[in-house]
Design a protein around this ligand. Structure first.
Ligand code: GLU
Length: 478
């Protein structure tokens, strides 16, 4: 299978972000200060579980605050939603993550700041002050099982990070005792804190974050295992809270410029979700002044901008991109070829395949279509992409579709587009003139590719004729 275009796009985005060495790794505990500051990984998990993994995807780092939405989800799942809402608000605080703040009802403002997160952890413990032996272990086992279900593999704790977090957590201790003084903690405050430190110390990779994000994107079903781990309602709640409160105090700017519900952690991870479509995990441990990964933020920004992933980039039917796939057997071989040519062409009808697309095409839909075509290419001479049922193509999807030509050209094959309504032409006319889609695999001229190039046809008959001409190039008369 050829190196996919999507892989090329992601690689290009990483290459652009990689030189930025600004920011500093978290140093409040020695274990975080000791990580390789240059580590950098990007993973994207599609709605069917297919994952693009680039860079240091084997590196495990601690999940830290990316755990907050997950523990909140678990609390919402276990307890009555009204009960959780009675204790933890859902308003953005606009304050730093570890601010010792509560609203007028003395509730932590949201579950993404430490006060709300620690309270969510406390709600996973039995509501008694004097806990039975092993209560934290039991709650933690259940928590790990839930996180692992979201990631699609068993996660383990980093014991050193956990020990350091516990030894240095004065501020978090202050937070839990403040909440306790308000009567908000129903369990042993030390146990709640212990559970919170353990959850922060779980090790993940960028692939894990992408899988968790894709699970939330899919309304709670892990696309890699097919298991439902969250209800649709809880997934919706998470997306809402991550949108308004996920990125520490930079949430408004984040929604505007990136538009992907997200959560970051001081371990250098960011998890971002495009609802209904895909999940992203990025790892790069140098942090900005808010505690967000510098290159992680930049990577998400570029992913959103260059690949059109902003959640309010609204389209119809983005999930149903391939309507049908068939070979051209049902079309008569052209009448004007001679007898020998016609019988040769009849032997290779199934090496010309038509891919009918439908709906509005954005990155995720085009990715699905291209992946399907690329995986079939070994059996084909010609791939014909039929887009008469496509409504709108955004500039990224258009470039991706046209980019298939490059993949087939280098393999000595041919790709064609059947575009009766000139949808490709229309999207060329209307798209932002400064839009440049990164494409490492594409030659320079592809970026400004003229849609009237010969491989774009207005009828299927013309495309079939073109395919026959192409197949005849390799026909040798006996
Ligand atoms: N364990 C860290 C704390 O609670 C997590 C901080 C973070 O990732 O934002 O202080």
């Amino acid at each position: 299978m050829p190196i996919s275009h999507v892989h090329g796009y992601l690689r290009h985005i990483m290459d652009e972000c990689a030189p930025d060495r600004s920011g500093a790794v978290a140093d409040y505990i020695p274990e975080l200060a000791a990580v390789d500051a240059d580590g950098y990984a990007l993973s994207m998990c599609m709605h069917d579980g297919n994952t693009y993994s680039l860079g240091d995807v084997g590196v495990e780092f601690t999940i830290q605050s990316v755990s907050k939405p997950l523990t909140y989800a678990l609390a919402l799942t276990r307890l009555d939603v009204a009960e959780v809402d009675g204790k933890i608000g859902v308003e953005p605080s606009g304050e730093a993550f570890n601010e010792i703040s509560v609203d007028e009802r003395r509730r932590p403002r949201n579950p993404m700041i430490n006060a709300g997160a620690i309270l969510a952890s406390s709600m996973l413990l039995p509501p008694v002050r004097s806990l039975p032996a092993g209560a934290v272990d039991k709650a933690f086992d259940e928590l790990v099982e839930f996180y692992s279900g979201c990631a699609g593999r068993h996660l383990t704790i980093d014991e050193q990070v956990y020990a350091s977090e516990a030894a240095t957590g004065s501020r978090n201790r202050a937070i839990v005792y403040m909440l306790d003084s308000f009567g908000a903690v129903d369990t042993d405050p030390e146990a709640a804190l212990d559970l919170y430190f353990r959850q922060c110390s779980l090790r993940v990779t960028s692939d894990d974050l992408a899988a968790i994000a894709a699970t939330i994107a899919a309304g709670g079903v892990n696309p890699r295992t097919g298991r439902r781990v969250l209800s649709n309602e809880v997934a919706q709640r998470l997306l809402s809270v991550m949108t308004t409160c996920g990125m520490y105090d930079g949430a408004g700017d984040w929604v505007t410029s990136v538009g992907l519900p997200a959560k970051s952690g001081v371990g250098g991870g960011i998890l971002a979700v495009l609802p209904g479509q895909l999940g992203i995990g990025v790892y790069s441990p140098r942090l900005d002044q808010h505690g967000n990964s510098v290159r992680g933020v930049d990577t998400c920004r570029r992913l959103s901008r260059d690949l059109g992933l902003h959640m309010f980039n609204v389209t119809r039917e983005s999930r149903v991109s391939i309507r049908s796939v068939y070979s051209i057997g049902e079309f008569e071989v052209g009448a004007d070829w001679d007898e020998l040519q016609r019988s040769y062409l009849r032997t290779c009808r199934d090496r010309v395949r038509v891919y009918e697309l439908q709906g509005d095409l954005t990155f995720a839909g085009a990715e699905r279509a291209l992946r399907r075509i690329e995986s079939d290419l070994d059996d084909l001479d010609v791939a014909i992409v039929e887009i008469s049922r496509v409504g709108v193509i955004d500039p990224v999807a258009r470039t991706m579709l046209l980019g298939i030509k490059h993949t087939t050209d280098v393999r000595g094959q041919r790709a064609m587009l059947v575009d009766p309504d000139g949808v490709v032409r229309e999207s060329v006319d209307s798209h932002r003139s400064d839009f440049v889609v990164p494409n490492l695999n594409a030659p320079e001229q592809l970026r400004g590719l003229d849609p009237t190039l010969p491989h774009v046809h207005s009828t299927m008959e013309a495309a079939v004729r073109d395919a026959e001409e192409f197949q005849l190039e390799s026909f040798r008369r006996p």
